[in-house]
Design a binder for this molecule. Structure first.
Ligand code: TUI
Length: 312
């Protein structure tokens, strides 16, 4: 499965791990890179020096390329943008905003820049700014999302830009990877399935909540505040959506989710916490190692792509 992306990023398989806040630390990033994909440290809302330390720890565990995801709403994003340059990170992905102002600086250092986009307009703008590729993320994804589904977004972004496109949102197995390739993607980014891996250090309750989830168990909070976030259904999401429907203020709603992701990931509070996960959670049934997961997904995708429409 060699593609423009595997060549550009010097990775064996076209599988990129989502840079999930609180979840994607150096253990997961190194394991995914060692397994032949591209591991990503999720900076999320963390302090800049935490990110520097994570980069150094990842380097102790892998000699393969890895990346850092910068969540652009992080108040320390400017600082993190400098740290990735200083520490010689090879790939930067971004989320939840436009990284336009950083791209020149990163390119000068030879960093491959791959913004997450949720629209053709942002994809085209990123191409003009010098991005090496874009991740087109559909609203099936977990966490902060856009409006359009992966099925609709990916082919439109593929037609809108000349740089390679990576598909994300709703992909967790070989069928999803093969489908993404059919839509014109050169690689996929997966988040939710990587949460349920042995090397992922999230609380056991978080993993079990994903394993138990059914197809309809995710909900989107924050549609009224302009920050839509997909989470697994629980007491928090129920209360949040009820308050939203009753016309609660932004501040009131923020109080409900404040620190919610940390609560779920670190403390294992999957009742009041924010259990961010994609719609594909219902497909995930057991814990794998990163290497087992990638090998299985790539094997299935290859056989589907070779065998045309045969779906054995
Ligand atoms: O960034 C994500 N997913 C995330 S970030 C995150 S951390 C967080 N924690 C609590 C509350 C909110 C966030 C959790 N999940 N995915 C990448 C992504 N980026 N999805 C959608 C977008 C996006 C949306 C609009 C990117 C750019 C954009 O437009 C920006 C502009 O300025 O045009």
């Amino acid at each position: 499965m060699k593609t423009e992306i595997t060549k550009m990023l010097k990775i064996e398989y076209p599988i990129i791990q989502g840079g999930m806040a609180w979840v994607a630390d150096f253990h997961l990033a190194a394991a995914v890179s060692n397994a032949g994909g591209l591991g990503i440290i999720g900076a999320g809302g963390a302090p800049a020096e935490w990110v520097r330390n994570q980069i150094r720890e990842t380097k102790k565990l892998t000699k393969k390329p890895f990346g850092v995801n910068i969540m652009l709403m992080n108040p320390e994003a400017d600082e993190i943008a400098k740290i990735v340059q200083e520490e010689g990170v090879e790939v930067v992905t971004t989320g939840a905003g436009s990284p336009a102002k950083y791209i020149n600086g990163w390119k000068k250092c030879g960093i491959k820049v791959i913004p997450v986009v949720a629209s053709c307009a942002l994809a085209k703008m990123m191409e003009r700014c010098g991005a090496d590729a874009v991740i087109a993320e559909g609203c099936e994804a977990g966490g902060h999302i856009g409006e359009i589904t992966t099925m609709s977004l990916v082919p439109q972004v593929v037609d809108a830009v000349n740089i390679p496109v990576i598909a994300a949102g709703g992909i967790a197995d070989g069928r999803g990877v093969a489908a993404a390739f059919m839509l014109g993607a050169q690689a996929v980014q997966m988040g939710t399935h990587f949460i349920v891996t042995r090397e992922c250090v999230v609380h056991e309750n978080y993993k079990n909540k994903i394993i138990k989830a059914k197809d309809i168990d995710s909900k989107v909070t924050g549609r009224t505040t302009g920050h839509p976030v997909r989470v697994l259904r629980n007491k928090m999401s129920g209360e949040y959506i009820k308050k939203e429907q009753a016309g609660a203020t932004f501040e009131e709603l923020e109080l409900l989710t404040l620190g919610g992701l940390r609560k779920a990931v670190v403390e294992g509070d999957v009742v009041q916490g924010s259990v961010m996960a994609g719609q594909i959670a219902g497909l995930i049934k057991k814990e794998y190692s990163c290497s087992e997961l990638i090998t299985e997904i790539v094997g299935k995708a290859e056989s589907l792509l070779k065998g045309g429409l045969k779906n054995e």
